[in-house]
Design a protein around this ligand. Structure first.
Ligand code: ADP
Ligand code: MG
Length: 339
């Protein structure tokens, strides 16, 4: 019997991996914005047209890449962020898998332009379905511009599965809001079909919230803070009287990474008991900081779910922090606001 096993060509392996990393335009937005944050940018601009189906472009002023790195960045498992397995337990960057660019470039037409501070010229690369179409020097400012065009053009089944523009745009805005909330020290703007829909300058978290969700938040935010030996939570919760019937504006971040946790949401909701109706949901943007060794962020490829070593204590601290903030709000005047 002849041997029948062979290694898949890179383009196919990347396309398969892309199935996990790139579900929809919003997944591309998330990966590109995270890369720009990791690159130490002070300003990040997101441009989308046709809900990202035709164009997703992220322009940053971060550290950029050398010519060789620019090419390397599209290889699978190519990363500058971790080196050895111990690093997995002490991740300080948003990315670390080295899969995003390789995956995106397997299912779209991607154009990268990038320049480091000390380089005289930048470099530009065009890749389509994992194949380099052109590469050469290019003049530009420091930073990186990544353009993703015709997403899933070579995977018709995926392309057909995309939802309406309004649904896909909602997902994009969700990602944009999460990353922009987690990084108020970075200026973020969003241009949708040639129209600027957000422009939030670098500032404080409270200012970022107001930019994203509206001026009425200036009078709705209550500071929330609690610290134990191994755990810290900071951020803002909304006044009970402004709780809404919809759940949209609820954000948990763990070590600056957005997470979804119905368990922790329950803790917050529980703290509002008696203050809001059962079908109402309070606003919150809470940042948990703790030793990364006590969490496993590697449990899910899209990384919105994490595992805490001591889930019940985390629940307890969150609930008591929110309760305390709500109690303090009743006796002290509301947050002193500057924009
Ligand atoms: P990961 O972020 O997990 O390392 P990616 O595929 O997203 O993997 O990116 C690969 C590498 O390309 C990164 O590790 C980084 O060195 C480089 N890179 C990607 N985007 C940028 C950017 N906007 N600015 C500078 N470097 C970038
Ligand atoms: Mg990345």
């Amino acid at each position: 019997m002849p041997d029948i096993i062979h290694l898949l060509p890179d383009a196919i392996a990347n396309q398969i991996a892309a199935g996990e990393v790139v579900q929809r335009p919003a997944s591309v937005v998330k990966e590109l914005l995270e890369n720009s944050v990791d690159a130490g940018s002070t300003k990040i601009q997101l441009i989308v047209s046709d809900a990202g189906k035709n164009l997703i472009q992220v322009i940053d002023d971060g550290k950029g890449m050398s010519e060789t790195d620019a090419r390397m960045s599209f290889e699978r498992h190519a990363t500058s962020k971790i080196r050895k397995s111990e690093d997995l337990f002490n991740i300080l960057t948003m990315g670390f898998r080295g899969e995003a660019l390789a995956s995106i470039a397997a299912v779209a037409r991607v154009e990268l332009k990038t320049k480091t501070t000390d380089a005289e010229l930048g470099s530009s690369i065009i890749i389509e379905a994992s194949e380099v179409k052109s590469q050469g020097p290019d003049s530009m400012n420091q930073g990186t511009t990544l353009s993703v065009k015709n997403l899933f053009y070579n995977v018709p089944a995926r392309r057909n599965f995309l939802k309406s523009n309004s649904v896909e745009m909602r997902h994009i805005i969700d990602e944009f809001q999460r990353i922009s909330l987690a990084n108020p020290q970075i200026g973020f703007s969003l241009i949708q079909n040639d129209k600027e829909v957000y422009n939030a300058p670098a500032g404080k978290l409270s200012q970022r919230i107001v930019h994203l969700f509206g001026k009425n938040y200036q009078t709705q935010l209550i500071t929330c803070q609690e610290e134990t030996e191994w755990f810290k939570v900071t951020g803002y919760i909304g006044k009970p009287e402004h709780a809404k019937k919809t759940r949209g504006e609820q954000f948990f971040f763990v070590n600056n990474r957005f997470i979804k946790s119905s368990y922790l949401n329950h803790a917050v909701q529980g703290a509002y008991e008696g203050l809001i109706k059962d079908d109402q949901h309070p606003f919150y943007t809470l940042f948990i900081e703790m030793d990364p060794a006590r969490i496993d962020i590697n449990v899910h490829p899209t990384k919105t779910e994490i595992k805490f070593e001591d889930e019940r204590s985390v629940y307890g601290i969150i609930k008591s922090a929110v309760k305390q903030a709500l109690g303090a709000h009743n006796v002290t005047p509301s947050l002193d606001f500057e924009t």
